[in-house]
Each structure stands twice: as structure tokens, then as C-alpha cells.
Design a protein around this ligand. Structure first.
Ligand code: UDP
Ligand code: MG
Length: 312
């Protein structure tokens, strides 16, 4: 009997976990030919998420859990969950029921009958999301697709079902600065995209503020593209050419007998402009250096405080 593992990162999800569990139990009942395993990763929740998961585990031996020593972020939780999933197929899904569990049945059917390695999901709309957030999300996809060599699908969710081969490939990537959407695209394999309408959270609140999303998008760009590093060279070259032209202009003006052009305010503007650009470029380099610094420390991606049998 083939097994499907559901990997569920949970951070302060006490309100929604009982509903989520009820839904996945329904799913398992609807797929009687498959064995199931539910891997809950408690990402350092401060509420009753862990006690609830423990109760579920006592009542159902298909439930496994890991609990982190603090909040390490969803990316770390996904990695830990994948590492501890033993199924032939592994699905990643949010605890808040924004990823409809019933879709797994259809996704499995696609993998089985159409020979895909992975079925991933994307939202067709962003209903219920602040317009500013949607606007920047769309810009983000445009930029990252233009300057990196991976192809990110707009509106892609982390919700996906993968076969063992793909999961093992993802686990080989043990970098510290993890950007899963990029990693999924980077490992390749045949992926089919299924679409669904944006679902509202069943209960509880989103853990993402605008600034968290902004820094997450920068992490993504830096993890999969070095183009920003080339920006300073391009700007430098442009400035060099412009200064040559200005110099030539000044010389010609001098030869024609004209006096000095513009005074110190003009000089000050140029000075501030150039210094600004220089600091901006140094900042970009600094960002990459800081990522490299963190990467060379080889710190663990997560630290587990408590776990059920068969987890580590
Ligand atoms: N999550 C997590 N660690 C975090 C933030 C979120 O494990 O630091 C989990 C969260 O419990 C949920 C999933 O990641 O299961 C998605 O989070 P959320 O619903 O807040 O994100 P959104 O759906 O709004 O993008
Ligand atoms: Mg959510």
C-alpha cells in the first residue's frame, strides 16, 4: 500500500488545527487505497498548538510531530517536515485550510495517470488580499523571472504533492537561506499546475506582515539571482560615459570662449546623486556578503525541542 505524507507547518494555529485535522481525516477516508501520515511541525508556537498536536498524536498513530525550540520560520518547518516524511508521496500544506485538502485526491490521480512527478497549485485570484500587496507580489514575480534562471509561476502556493524522487532532491539542498518556491523550480522534474480560487483562512490570523513579505521577496531574489550585483558595474559604466560627454562639452565651451557653467549648488547635487548611487550599490554587495556569511557558519536550519517516535 502506497503512503501519502502530509507535511503541515504550524505556527500559533490553535484555532484552526481541529478543523484541519477533521478535514484530512475526511480526505484519508475518501482515499481508502492509500495509507496516510500527518507530519505536524510546530514552529515554536506560543499558544496551545503543541498540546493540540500531542492530543491528536495520542489518538491517531498516523500523526507524527516535531516541535522547534523557537520560531524558525515556515521555510525551516517545511524542510524539517520533508525530512521526516516517510511517504511515497509527500504533500506540503498550510494548517489554515487555505489549501483545500480534498484537492489532494485529484492531485494524486494526476501524478498516477499522467506521469507527472509533482502537482503544484496556484491561485487564480487574490481576492481578499490588500491591493498594495497584490501589486507588489506581481512586480516580484516579474522581476525574479526576468533576472534569475528559474521560472516562478505567479500566484504559486507552497501547496503541492511530490513523489519521493523529487522530495529527496529537495532534501539534498541544505542551504540556510531557504526560498522553497525557488528550490522547487530549481530541482526541475515534471510539474503540473492546477488552479483554484483564493480561499480565506478558516480561523486565526496570517503570520505575514507587508515588511516580512518584502524581505522574503528580497531573500528569494538574492537566493536565485546574482544580477543585482552586476547593477553597480552597469551604473558605473553609464556614469563614466556621461562624464566623458560632459567633459567634451565643457572643453568645447571653453574653446568657444564661454565662462564656467553652473555653480556649487549644481556640484552639490551631482555629489549627492553619485554618493547615493554608490551607497546603494555597496548596500547590494553588503546583502550578498551577509547571506554568504550566514551560509558559511553552517548553522542548523532548525533545532528540535520535542518530537514523537520516528522523528528527529
Ligand atoms: N507558518 C510557520 N512559521 C511561521 C509562519 C507561518 O510554520 O513563522 C505556517 C502557518 O502556521 C501556516 C503556513 O505557515 O500553516 C502559512 O502561514 P500563513 O497562513 O500565515 O500565511 P499566508 O497563507 O497568509 O501566506
Ligand atoms: Mg494562510
Amino acid at each position: 500500500m502506497k503512503k501519502i505524507s502530509l507535511v503541515v507547518p504550524c505556527y500559533n494555529e490553535q484555532e484552526v488545527l481541529p478543523y484541519f485535522y477533521a478535514e484530512v481525516v475526511k480526505l484519508s477516508a475518501a482515499m481508502p487505497t492509500m495509507a496516510f501520515e500527518f507530519v505536524f511541525v510546530d514552529d515554536g508556537s506560543q499558544d496551545c498548538t503543541l498540546p493540540i498536536i500531542k492530543d491528536l498524536q495520542r489518538a491517531d498513530n498516523r500523526v507524527k510531530y516535531l516541535s522547534f525550540s523557537r520560531n524558525f520560520g515556515k521555510e525551516s518547518a517545511i524542510y524539517a517536515g520533508l525530512k521526516n516524511a516517510s511517504g511515497d508521496y509527500v504533500a506540503i500544506m498550510d494548517a489554515d485550510l487555505q489549501d483545500p485538502p480534498q484537492l489532494i485526491k485529484e492531485m494524486y490521480h494526476i501524478i498516477k495517470t499522467e506521469g507527472y512527478d509533482c502537482v503544484a497549485t496556484r491561485r487564480t485570484n487574490r481576492k481578499g488580499e490588500p491591493p498594495v500587496r497584490s501589486f507588489f507580489a506581481r512586480r516580484f514575480y516579474r522581476i525574479i523571472n526576468a533576472i534569475s534562471n528559474i521560472e516562478l509561476v505567479e500566484g504559486a502556493r507552497d501547496f503541492r504533492l511530490m513523489n519521493r524522487q523529487m522530495v529527496d532532491s529537495i532534501l539534498q539542498i541544505c542551504e540556510y537561506n531557504r526560498f522553497s518556491k525557488g528550490i522547487f523550480a530549481w530541482v526541475g522534474f515534471r510539474t503540473k499546475w492546477v488552479e483554484y480560487n483564493n480561499q480565506q483562512r478558516a480561523a486565526g490570523n496570517t503570520k505575514w506582515s507587508f515588511w516580512k513579505l518584502y524581505s522574503y521577496s528580497l531573500d528569494g531574489i538574492m537566493a536565485f539571482s546574482t544580477t543585482p550585483l552586476a547593477v553597480s558595474s552597469v551604473i558605473g559604466l553609464v556614469f563614466f560615459l556621461v562624464s566623458l560627454m560632459l567633459l567634451a562639452g565643457l572643453l568645447i565651451k571653453q574653446m568657444l570662449g564661454g565662462g564656467s557653467i553652473f555653480g556649487w549648488p549644481f556640484l552639490l547635487c551631482i555629489l549627492l546623486f553619485i554618493t547615493g548611487i554608490q551607497l546603494f550599490c555597496t548596500g547590494i554587495v553588503g546583502q550578498y556578503v551577509s547571506k554568504t556569511y550566514l551560509e558559511t557558519k553552517h548553522r542548523p536550519i532548525y533545532i528540535v525541542k520535542e518530537f514523537s517516535d520516528e522523528c528527529s
